[in-house]
Write a protein that binds this ligand. Structure first.
Ligand SMILES: NC(=O)c1ccc[n+]([C@@H]2O[C@H](COP(=O)([O-])OP(=O)(O)OC[C@H]3O[C@@H](n4cnc5c(N)ncnc54)[C@H](O)[C@@H]3O)[C@@H](O)[C@H]2O)c1
Length: 440
C-alpha cells in the first residue's frame, strides 16, 4: 500500500483535463519524491539492521529444539574401501545348508541385536545396519554391539536407512535373500516431542529401503516390525489381524499403520514378498530404557516414586508382555516361511506373498501385577503413585490373538512374565552393577 502512495499522489497531480497538464509540477513531484527516496534509503537500512538483529537475538535466546535423535546422514565417502567391503562380505557368509543372507536394520536396537545373534548362531549370513541414534542411551547400543554382535561375528554398518547410496552399495556387495527391517523411531510418547523423527525413519526410511529392495535383482523378501499400537482405540479383544486399525492413538502408531499400507503398495506394484509383524510390548535382557518395566526397575532400586497409570473410572491398564526370545523365534519363522519376491529390477512378474501377523503372548498382565513382580524380584517395595493415564499416545489395554501366527509360523510363546522378568532383572543387575556400582 505504501509503495502505491507516490503513484496515487502523482495521479492526483494530473488534471482531469489533459490540455491543462503542467509538466513542471510533475518534475517538482519527482524531485520531491527522489529527495524522499534518498532519506528513506538510510532509514530502510537502519530498520533492516534492527530487524536482522532481532531475528539473531531470537535464535540466540530461543531454547534448543528437542534433541534430534538422528545424527545427520553420513556421506557415502565414509563407507567403502576394501577392508570395509571384506568385513561386510565376511559377515554375510552363510555357514549352514539352506541358510539365508539377511540384512538386519536396527541391528544394535533391542530386538535387532537379539535377532541378529540368533540368525548368526544358526548359520545365516547377517549384516547389520544402524544409525546409532541417541533416542536412548547410546552406551547401551554400543554395548549390545561389542558384547553381543562383535563377539558373534556380526558386522554392523553405521549408517542410515535413508541413505540410498549406501543401501545400493550393500545390495551390490551382497545378495541378500531377506531383509529383517527393525530400524524405526520407537516409543509413543516421544512423538509429542519430536514428531519428525517418526516420519523420517518410519515412513521416509522405510520407503527408501523398499525402493532399493524392489530395484534389486533378485529382490529380497522383506520381514518388518509393525506394532500392536496400530489397533489404537480398537476395543474388541483379543486384537485380531482382521480388526480395524484406522484409529491410531499416537503418531508412532500412525506411522506403523502407514508402513503397512506402503508395504502393500510395494507388494502390489513390484512383487516384493512382505511380512509385517505386529509386536506386542517386547521385554527382556538388553531391553529399551524408555519402557515401563525398565525404568520402573531403575526407579524402584533408586527408591524413587513410580507413576502407575490407571484408566478412567479406575480401569486397569494392562499389556500383553511378550518375552524377547519368543519374538525372535517368531521373526526367524517369518523369515523361514517367507516366499520369494516375484519381481526383479523393479518389474513385477506375478503375485507375491503379503502377510500381517500378530506376535504377542496372548496373556495380558496389569501394570499393578508387573510392579508387584518387580518388587518381589528386586526385594524392594515400590513407592507407587497412581495417576490417570494421560492422553499422550498410550492405550489402556493390549491383547494379541495369535492364531494366525500359530498357523503361519508355528508360533507358540513359552515364557510367562515372571520367568521373563527374572531374566531381565538378572541382566539389569549384572550389566549396571558391573558398569558402575551406583548405577541404580
Ligand atoms: N520393543 C517393543 O516393545 C516393540 C513393540 C512393537 C513394535 N516394535 C518395533 O520393533 C522394532 C525394533 O524395536 P526395538 O524395541 O528394538 O527398538 P530400538 O529403538 O531398540 O531399535 C531400533 C533401532 O533402529 C535404529 N534406527 C532408528 N532409525 C534408524 C534409521 N533411520 N536408520 C538406521 N537405523 C535406525 C536405532 O538406532 C535403534 O538401534 C521397531 O521397528 C519398533 O517400532 C517394538
Amino acid at each position: 500500500m505504501t509503495s502505491l502512495k507516490p503513484i496515487l499522489s502523482h495521479i492526483d497531480n494530473i488534471p482531469s483535463t489533459p490540455g491543462k497538464f503542467k509538466p513542471e509540477k510533475s518534475s517538482m513531484y519527482f524531485l520531491h519524491h527522489r529527495f524522499r527516496l534518498h532519506t528513506t534509503v538510510p532509514r530502510l537500512t537502519l530498520w533492516s539492521l534492527v530487524f536482522l538483529g532481532l531475528i539473531m537475538l531470537f535464535f540466540l535466546l530461543s531454547p534448543p529444539s528437542p534433541a534430534a535423535p538422528r545424527r545427520g546422514l553420513r556421506t557415502t565417502a565414509a563407507y567403502g574401501g576394501s577392508g570395509w567391503e571384506n568385513r561386510v562380505k565376511a559377515s554375510a557368509k552363510v555357514r549352514s545348508r539352506n541358510g539365508h543372507t539377511v540384512l538386519v536394520t536396527g541391528a544394535v536396537g533391542f530386538v535387532g541385536a537379539h535377532a541378529s545373534l540368533a540368525l548368526k548362531r544358526r548359520g545365516d549370513g547377517v549384516v547389520g545396519l544402524d544409525n546409532f541414534n541417541s533416542y536412548y542411551d547410546i552406551t547401551l547400543k554400543k554395548s549390545r554391539k561389542s558384547q553381543l554382535l562383535d563377539r558373534a561375528g556380526v558386522f554392523v554398518v553405521d549408517g542410515d536407512i535413508n541413505d540410498a547410496v549406501l543401501l545400493r552399495k550393500l545390495f551390490g556387495l551382497v545378495h541378500f535373500t531377506h531383509v529383517l527391517h527393525l530400524a524405526a523411531q520407537a516409543g509413543v510418547r516421544y512423538a509429542m516431542v519430536n514428531p519428525n523423527s517418526y516420519i523420517k525413519s518410519n515412513v521416509d526410511g522405510f520407503v527408501n529401503l523398499l525402493e532399493v529392495s524392489k530395484s534389486t535383482n533378485p529382490q529380497p523378501a522383506i520381514i518388518w516390525a509393525s506394532s500392536s499400537s496400530v489397533y489404537g482405540l480398537n476395543s474388541k479383544v483379543p486384537f485380531s489381524e482382521k480388526d480395524r486399525t484406522d484409529q491410531p492413538a499416537s503418531l508412532y502408531a500412525a506411522t506403523k499403520k502407514a508402513g503397512e499400507e506402503i508395504a502393500h503398495t510395494y507388494n502390489h506394484i513390484y512383487g516384493l514378498s512382505i511380512t509385517g509383524l505386529r509386536f506386542f510390548t517386547v521385554y527382556g535382557p538388553w531391553g529399551r530404557p524408555d519402557m515401563a518395566y525398565f525404568f520402573f526397575t531403575k526407579d524402584i532400586l533408586k527408591r524413587r516414586p513410580i507413576s502407575v497409570f490407571e484408566g478412567p473410572d479406575h480401569a486397569t491398564v494392562a499389556r500383553d508382555f511378550t518375552y524377547i526370545d519368543d519374538i525372535v523365534k517368531g521373526c526367524l519363522s517369518a523369515l523361514d516361511t517367507a516366499k520369494k519376491s516375484t519381481g526383479s529390477g523393479g518389474k513385477k512378474k506375478g503375485e507375491a506373498q503379503f502377510r500381517i501377523i500378530n506376535l504377542g503372548n496372548t496373556s495380558p498382565v496389569s501394570v499393578n501385577k508387573l510392579v508387584s513382580l518387580l518388587e518381589k524380584l528386586l526385594k524392594v517395595k515400590a513407592k507407587k503413585k497412581v495417576v490417570l493415564m494421560p492422553r499422550n499416545g498410550d492405550v489402556p489395554f493390549t491383547h494379541a490373538n495369535i492364531s494366525l501366527a500359530h498357523k503361519e509360523l508355528g508360533y507358540r510363546p513359552t515364557t510367562d512374565l515372571e520367568t521373563g522378568l527374572k531374566k531381565f532383572v538378572k541382566w539389569y543387575l549384572d550389566y549396571y552393577g558391573a558398569k558402575k556400582k551406583n548405577a541404580w
